[in-house]
Ligand binder design. Sequence first.
Ligand code: 26V
Length: 822
Amino acid sequence: TKAASARKAPVTAKALQGKIIQHLRGTQGTYEEKATPQAWWRATSFAVNEFVMAGLTDTQKTHSRYDTRAVNYLSMEFLMGRLLSNNLHNLHLFDVTRAALEGLGQNLDDLLEEEPDMALGNGGLGRLAACFLDSLATMNLPAVGYGIHYEHGLFEQHFRDGRQIERPDAWREYGNPWEVCRPESAQQVKLYGYVETRYEGATPKKVWHAGRTIKAVPWDIPIVGYDGANVNILRLWESRATNFFDWDVFNAGGYVDAQAEQAQAETISKVLYPNDETDAGKELRLIQQYFFCAASVADIVRRYRRAHGDDWTSFPKLVAIQLNDTHPAIAIPELMRVLIDDYDMAWKDAWGICQQVFSYTNHTLLPEALEKWTVRLFEKVLPRHLDIIYDINHQFLTQQVDAQWPGDDAMKQHLSIIEEGHERMVRMGHLSVVGSHKVNGVAQVHSDLVRTDLFPEFHELWPEKLTNVTNGITPRRWLKACNPRLAALIDQHIDADWPLHLDKLKGLIAKADDAKFQQAFMAVKRENKVDLVAEIHRLTGIEVSPDALFDVQIKRLHEYKRQHLNLLHILALYRRLLDNPEYNMVPRVFLFGAKAAPGYHLAKDIIFAINKVAERINNDSRIGGKLKVVMLPNYRVSLAEKMIPAADVSEQISTAGKEASGTGNMKLALNGALTIGTLDGANIEIAEEAGADHCFIFGLTVDEVKALNARGYNPYDFYDHDEEIRAVLDWLDSDYFTPGQPGALASIKHSLLQGGDPYKVLADFRAYSDAQRNVDEKYRDGTAWARSAIINTATMGKFNSDRSIQDYVDRIWHLKAYPRDN
Ligand code: 26V
């Protein structure tokens, strides 16, 4: 075996045992004979945290010693998942901890299951932020993640008679061993009130008299880089009532009112909004956004002033702020407000600083996800910021837009940060583009569409501003930690530092035709499937065979992601089998994992339909077990880590032009699944890397979808002329899958016919079904399949999030790495 960087653990099993026991007794107040698995997990985490904290203090000292330029990654979501296994792997403590625990009669794998997921995100956008933090620390780049310390993360999903039920997530109910509260770094955040204009000096001064002040208390979560690298910080803000309250009111019987005020203040960080790609426009959401941006900007300014006082010249040299979508765009007018109102800076200088400091990532083109706030709400909650936005807009329209398109009022209206209409709106996307020096999309095709369709005039105005950074995933979590069998096999054939240099996986291409390697690779896949079979049984009671092909679609439930296209194809297969029990198909298990936004009724109906169809199919003895359908409840990061290593086929079937990138597609291919997918998002780049022969690409392209829309799409063309499509839609509409409840699944057919099928499900059905036949054909040829699976793993090096971060560094942030001194 080649072990270029197979580092030694920084501690012996015996010493680690001592630390675990010490924490079990000394901080958990229990002892070996009595401790619950939870207590063992906590004691182990606290023991490991000693190494984490040592790395954290060394790193922070290094950053302050060299006065480093840092990126501040502002995101409403960080979907971290579990931390113990990740920290053990990144610190090279995994094996020694397993050994230490074994000596204590404990099993590490069981203890890892005790940790609740840190589910402070909805899906792709939040998980991307988490992968980026892992890469930033690993690459020794100075970085701080800023977000919200939600008391309740994304809801827990249960099924009741096949329908989704939501329960609050309580990840911190029993404490969290990884976080440190820093009350000494708390900030005050103002809201509401009015703006006074004072005419004293040469220029009038605006003074914001806030109606309410809320305290923001930071919790720091250490982010451990891989292989002895730096430990950065994720700083999450919790809202509290300020403790300056009016003692007279309090003593005059205001005790109860004071409590109500506290409850209100604490509402801000109470719960993560569970929508994904739909903007609810709620006041509390705007307050959440401003709350964490104001606290973060204040913290960034405080850190800067600690070293530089009131000399602002170095600020843009030391500070980069990345906006993860438009959710933190309010940080732009907030930094303007701080510089102008609190530090008396001239407008021009403050604006110059902002434009150098900010950059913005766009994660979606869906119109319903593009954030807009009513001017009315802004006026009420953030009156001073509305003023500043008006000023930014005025300068932008009268200087930049008028210079480019003189006298063109229609263009001014079109590009304005303020949308005129019966209710005036603030367009957060426009604010983000105007206030940033770089704007990026998240996959090549998506960035092209940002330039041509979403912001074409901005692109004309500033041809250098719009750019691409294709997403990536951390191979530490998404291969090394989640798929130890495959990682071990890879270690036997290439340098063991592949988790840092994922391009080295290319070394496996030479093995793709080697029968022994193929056998070993597919043996790993089979063992992973056996593990998942047990998990499926534990979670659902459903029995499936590891000899079947495992077909996996895991992502948020949304019409554009087209889980219902997958479902229609399952119905077609079921029907073909009932028509002809000899129908030639590879036995297949269709696996789903998906949460629907609680108010998204059609998405919830699709979940219900999948569960009802599954119930019928799984219990139908006529089809001889050739077809199984399973929707696992409560899809989340820790469940993804179990499903991905066991997948044979990766479903990436969004309508072309709608999925900005996708990142599950990368995780599945890296773990040896073959993609069946449309030419959308990063699928295009995955197919380029793996080669068209090793994926199943089907369906309309972006241009074909546009052309179809232009000439007028009519889903009845397909319903009327394709007998199978008609049959499966009518079947769904009957009470076959919901006996005694006719019409229970009618909404799906309705949306696909009368609803106009906005996501072109029927138009792509036949191509999808044909591609699925090709999947079967390849799977029957075991050698061809193994070869393609290996090539998928071998060619996914590009999708290392370290490469994405390097692109951000080269094109946007211009940071330098600082390995820590110790
Ligand atoms: C919007 C809203 C609206 C208000 C309520 C909460 C909320 C939460 C999230 C969003 C927008 C989500 C956008 C998003 O997640 N985009 C995904 O980003 C991934 C990372 O770049 C990318 O891989 C996916 O294709 C893209 O859908």
